[in-house]
Each structure stands twice: as structure tokens, then as C-alpha cells.
Unconditional design. Structure first.
Length: 130
């Protein structure tokens, strides 16, 4: 007789664990450094490839870092998503803002035209060498 299916949905068991390399050294900062884990679907043999390592259990151990869909005929229709966010700075609002969309396999608009980028910019940074 087959074992009963688990009580939890697959996504609840199959969450990746994002751990910043410094959170183990600075556990008091782990809440800021380590983005939350969200449910993901798929496994290593599906289109939504979020695989597991069997000895570690059902937790997602690897998957797509970024997803892109380019419309070469009209770049303004291109879409993308990265697994956390576009910033590597933990204090940035863009550090993990794409994580919810990534976990649901959603894509976000990718601006390709400079006027559109400038119009949608929340801030502007200027790098000036010494």
C-alpha cells in the first residue's frame, strides 16, 4: 500500500532557504540579511525547475536565478524576474522585492527604452571618480 500523501502542500515543503553569506557570522542581522522563503512549485524534472537534493528533504535546493522573455520585435514587451531582487544591498527596497513574483513564476516588465527608464526612475545616482 502506498504511503499517504503529506498533509502540507508541495510548495509549503519545497521552499528555498536564502541565506546571506554573512548572516552566520552576524546572527543578530540575519532577519535583515536573509530574505523570507516563499513556496515554489516544480522539481528537478519539470519546466518550473526548482530541484531538491534528496538527503536534505523536499526543500528547494536549486532553481532558476533569473527568468527572461525577450520580444526582439518590440523590446518594450520584454519581461524578466530574478529570484530575490535587483539590488545586492540588504537595506535597499529592491533587495528581495521580486521574490514574491519569482515564487509564483510571474514576470515583470523590462524597460528597454531610455525615456521610459528615466520616466519611471525612483531615484538617480551619479558616480563621480576622485
Amino acid at each position: 500500500m502506498a504511503a499517504a500523501p503529506p498533509a502540507e502542500p508541495w510548495g509549503a515543503m519545497h521552499q528555498p532557504r536564502f541565506q546571506h553569506p554573512l548572516s552566520a557570522l552576524f546572527p543578530e542581522a540575519a532577519a535583515l540579511l536573509d530574505p523570507p522563503s516563499l513556496p515554489v512549485g516544480g522539481d528537478g524534472d519539470t519546466v518550473q525547475a526548482n530541484g531538491l537534493v534528496a538527503p536534505l528533504g523536499p526543500r528547494a535546493a536549486y532553481g532558476a536565478i533569473a527568468r527572461y522573455a525577450f520580444d526582439v520585435g518590440a523590446f518594450e514587451n520584454s519581461r524578466w524576474c530574478v529570484f530575490l531582487g535587483a539590488s545586492g544591498h540588504p537595506a535597499s527596497p529592491h533587495y528581495a522585492d521580486q521574490n514574491p513574483a519569482w515564487s509564483r513564476c510571474e514576470m515583470l516588465p523590462m524597460r528597454a527604452d531610455w525615456p521610459g527608464l528615466e520616466a519611471g526612475a525612483a531615484l538617480r545616482q551619479r558616480l563621480v571618480p576622485d
